[in-house]
Design a protein around this ligand. Structure first.
Ligand SMILES: [Fe+2]
Ligand SMILES: [Fe+2]
Length: 261
C-alpha cells in the first residue's frame, strides 16, 4: 500500500507500507520524487522488492532514481540493494562506517563506483533542484546512522527512531493519540536505542530544523509541529538499553541446554 505524505506540483513523498508477510518485521520504505527524479529511502530486503517496484511505477520509473539512501546497515533497510542496482543508475548513500559492508549484499562489482560514503557530520545534497540533508543519528540505533530531512515537505525521516510495531493508528496527530502511541514505541526504543546521551544530543540538533512530520521506518508517523516537539521530549527522557538496562542484558545463559529443532 502506498500513502502520499506530501505533494505539490514538483515534489512528492510516498510511504510504502504493509509489504512484509506475517511474522516478519513490518517496515516502511519511502520514495521522494522531485522534477521526475527520485530517491528511494531504505529500499528494504529481497522480499519487498517486487511489490515496491510495482507501487513505484505509479509515481516514477525505476530508471529515474538518482539515489538510494540507506539510513544504516540492517537487513530490513537495504539487503535488497542487489536487485535495485541493475535497473537504475542510482548512487547509494550510506554512512562511511558501512560503505565497505554494503557490497556484502551484492554480486561482485555491481556496487563499485556507486557508493557515496556519508561523513559523520552528515551532508547536504540535491535531488534535481530540491535540497535534502543527511542528518546525524549515530547510535540511534546503529553506530553509523543517518536520518533524512526533506525541507520542502518538512519531513524528518527518522529510520528506527520512533519505530512502532503495533500502532493503534497509522497517523498520530493528537495529544491523546501520542499518549497511547508511547506504549507502541516504548518496547522497541528501550531495547534498540542504546544511549540517552545520543538521544539528547540528537534532539538538541534537530530542533534547529523546521519539521512538520516525523516519519519512522516502522509503523505510524507523527504529524504537526507541536507533536514533533512532544516526540523530541519523549526521546530525551525515555529509557535506553545501556543506560537503564545494562546489568539485566549481561547475564550468562541458563543452565538448561535447549534442543534446537
Ligand atoms: Fe535498524
Ligand atoms: Fe528497521
Amino acid at each position: 500500500m502506498s500513502t502520499i505524505l506530501y505533494e505539490d506540483e514538483n515534489h512528492k513523498c510516498i510511504k510504502f507500507e504493509g509489504l512484509t508477510a506475517e511474522g516478519e518485521i513490518p517496515s516502511n520504505q519511502f520514495l521522494i520524487v522531485h522534477n521526475r527524479r527520485g530517491l528511494l529511502l531504505d529500499c528494504g530486503g529481497y522480499r519487498v522488492y517486487k511489490t515496491i517496484l510495482g507501487e513505484m511505477a505509479h509515481f516514477l520509473p525505476a530508471g529515474s532514481l538518482d539515489y538510494i539512501f540507506l539510513s544504516h546497515q540492517d537487513p530490513d533497510i537495504g539487503s535488497g540493494i542487489n536487485l535495485w542496482l541493475p535497473i537504475c543508475n542510482a548512487k547509494i548513500l550510506v554512512s562511511a562506517l558501512w560503505e565497505r559492508f554494503v557490497p556484502a549484499f551484492c554480486v561482485r562489482g555491481i556496487a563499485e563506483g556507486r557508493l557515496f560514503p556519508i561523513p559523520d557530520q552528515g551532508v547536504r545534497f540535491q535531488l534535481s533542484d530540491a535540497p535534502l540533508m543527511a542528518i546525524a543519528a549515530h547510535f540511534l540505533h546503529s553506530p553509523g546512522n543517518f536520518h533524512l530531512y526533506d525541507p520542502v515537505a518538512k519531513i524528518l525521516f527518522t529510520s528506527d527512531l520512533g519505530a512502532s510495531v503495533a500502532a493503534h493508528k497509522a497517523v498520530i496527530d493528537t495529544d491523546d493519540d501520542f499518549r497511547l502511541h508511547i506504549e507502541n514505541m516504548r518496547g522497541f526504543h528501550n531495547r534498540y536505542m542504546p544511549s540517552n546521551t545520543a538521544c539528547r544530543n540528537w534532539a538538541a540538533m534537530v530542533r534547529k530544523l523546521d519539521v512538520e512530520m516525523i516519519v519512522p521506518q516502522h509503523g505510524a508517523h507523527i504529524v504537526g509541529k507541536s507533536l514533533v516537539e512532544t516526540f523530541y521530549q519523549w526521546v530525551e527522557t525515555e529509557k535506553t538499553a545501556l543506560d537503564d538496562f545494562g546489568d539485566e542484558l549481561f547475564q550468562l545463559p541458563n543452565e538448561e541446554v535447549v534442543t534446537i529443532l
